[in-house]
Design a protein around this ligand. Structure first.
Ligand SMILES: Cc1cc2nc3c(=O)[nH]c(=O)nc-3n(C[C@H](O)[C@H](O)[C@H](O)COP(=O)(O)OP(=O)(O)OC[C@H]3O[C@@H](n4cnc5c(N)ncnc54)[C@H](O)[C@@H]3O)c2cc1C
Length: 521
């Protein structure tokens, strides 16, 4: 069996792994990245993303630090606003029903801006997502919902930038190399057994970083942990995140942590393939629902489409679609809104029907009860309170009153033909449950002790996201904790791989603010 030896080995090939590898290389001589996917399908879920980033910042000056080539005209015509650390932290608390780990959340928030600057130093470039996260109001692009930058070239751009940096920094990167099990010596992790080109090999390492995603692409684990029906969800991203990293750590004694029955899941085109398609990326999502209505097979609404900005509801509404009869739903809009629909509603592969009347429309909406639908639209139209002006940039309070499920914002009557409807099902993005880590990204065992030599970051860490998720926090999570994990692993490997446990005070900075919105308990 072939044997290899490195200071640090990173398992995974997405954003968290590549950030970990770069951070490790700042302190360690020999770093290896193992990417299970073959070249061309590499980059994990990261490659499928829009590249949207949630980070704390204070006004235009800090945006210019990340996008120095923004033209004076763009700066003049754009209101980026600001997104304070307090707001970010509070948003994490609010959407997770205050279950998020305060220390991890504090680190994510307080390290977000500086980590993007660190990535900028490695060649990652950012652009404002004008098309998706801003509307032009009174001649100015105004951003809403805490997302003001995305990576240039989206997810594949991010993977390309980071891969280039990894290669330029003499880090070895093996494609088609699957981490299978951890090597241990007593309580210490000392390497990984892998499979490459059908052959088993051994990689010895002073420290191992697990960054190989959740279990969203594993139908058996989805059903086991998320529950019945989840085997029938579509996978939005990579087919390679089958829970390997979580399982190999649990086998070595790691503690399971976080929301194991929870996942990020969205409304996703009914006819999308079983796994993500890199040529379409996130184009199968349908995220303009706050401006229309969503109905099920009975023709009934089942969520408050306008409860909040899309960025704070989309990740939990996939599960609601999965719970509907037949596991599908239709989003419905009229002419007033069609110009506001996001780009994904115009892709070639979209499942769309149109009608000049609501009767014609519903006759084409496969599986929907026409009487139920027409009654729903009639009641909805009658309930719209149009004393408030429709404004997509703010929660406009234009609501319905008196319905079993009211719509809280952006309510418009469906009364101007042509009408459009889009068929969706549940698309799972990533799972929330995983491993427990310290603020140094050290993996913790079932006795609550650090497992010497083992670090984890990204999707496979539990404790940060519960029940829901604020858009753009997944990449930021991978970057912040990837950087911490890589740097800690390298310091452990190079300086102190025999002494355990370790405590590196420089990283213990989580700003454990109280959550202001939390109800007293
Ligand atoms: C369609 C879509 C759109 C999204 N849009 C956004 C967005 O705009 N902004 C945002 O913040 N988040 C977004 N997300 C979420 C985001 O993708 C994830 O939160 C983030 O990319 C996770 O990074 P990661 O490095 O932990 O995992 P991944 O990027 O999934 O990387 C995991 C890697 O591990 C590899 N791997 C798996 N098992 C093994 C093994 N046994 N051995 C070796 N390698 C292994 C995989 O091949 C993969 O390369 C989106 C997700 C999807 C699917």
């Amino acid at each position: 069996m072939d044997e290899h030896s490195y200071d640090v080995v990173v398992i995974g090939g997405g954003n968290a792994a590549l950030c970990a590898a770069l951070a490790a290389r700042e302190n360690a001589a020999r770093v290896l990245v193992l990417e299970r996917a073959p070249f061309g399908q590499h980059g994990g879920n990261t490659a499928f993303t829009a590249g949207l980033l949630r980070f704390a910042f204070n006004g235009n000056a800090q945006i210019l630090e990340l996008v120095p080539d923004l033209s004076p005209e763009m700066i003049r015509d754009t209101d980026f606003g600001s997104y304070s650390e307090e707001s970010y932290y509070e948003d994490l608390g609010r959407v997770t029903e205050y279950r998020t780990d305060p220390e991890l959340a504090g680190l994510l928030v307080s390290r977000s801006f500086e980590t993007l600057k660190w990535m900028y130093g490695y060649g990652v470039r950012y652009v404002p997502p004008y098309g998706r996260q801003a509307y032009k109001v009174d001649g100015k692009y105004t951003f809403w919902g805490g997302l003001v930058l995305e990576v240039s070239g989206a997810g594949q751009g991010l993977v390309n930038f980071l891969t280039k940096a990894v290669q330029a920094n003499d880090i070895d990167l093996w494609y088609g190399a699957r981490g299978c099990s951890l090597l241990t010596e007593g309580s210490r992790v000392s390497g990984v057994r892998i499979r490459r080109d059908g052959r088993d090999e051994t990689v010895y390492a002073d420290a191992v970083v697990l960054a190989c995603g959740g279990f969203e692409a594993n139908a058996e684990m989805r059903t086991r942990y998320l529950g019945p029906g989840w085997d029938l969800a579509k996978v939005r991203g990579t087919r390679y995140n089958t829970g390997d990293g979580i399982m190999m750590a649990l086998d070595a004694g790691a503690m399971s942590w976080g929301n194991w029955s929870g996942a990020h899941a969205v409304g996703w085109d009914l006819n999308a393939p079983a796994f993500g398609d890199l040529t379409v990326g996130d184009g199968f999502q349908k995220h303009s629902y706050p401006f229309g209505i969503i109905v099920n097979a009975r023709g009934e609404r089942f969520v408050d489409e306008g409860a909040d900005f899309r960025n704070y509801t989309y990740a939990k509404y996939g599960e609601r679609v999965l719970a509907q009869p037949g596991r599908f739903a239709w989003q419905v809009f009229d002419r007033k809104i069609s110009g506001l629909l996001r780009d994904e509603y115009r892709i070639r592969q979209v499942t769309k029907v149109t009608g000049q009347t609501l009767e014609e429309l519903v006759s084409k909406m496969d599986g929907v009860d026409p009487q139920g639908f027409l009654a729903t639209v009639k009641a909805f139209n009658e309930a719209v309170d149009d004393t408030k002006t429709f404004n997509p940039n703010v929660k406009d309070g234009r609501r319905t009153n008196g319905l079993a499920i009211d719509k809280s914002n952006w309510s418009n009557r469906l009364d101007e033909p042509p009408f459009e409807a889009y068929a969706i099902t549940c698309g799972i993005t990533f799972t929330f449950g995983g491993l427990k880590i310290t603020a140094n990204a050290e993996v913790v065992d079932t006795d609550g002790n650090v497992m010497p030599g083992l670090y984890a970051c990204g999707e496979l860490v539990g404790g940060l996201f519960y029940l829901n998720y604020p858009g753009g926090a997944g990449l930021m999570n991978g970057s912040v904790f990837g950087r911490i994990a890589g740097s800690q692993a390298a310091q452990f490997a190079v300086h102190d791989s025999t002494a355990v446990p370790m405590d590196l005070p420089a990283q213990r900075v989580g700003n454990q603010m109280p959550f202001t919105g939390r109800a007293a308990d």
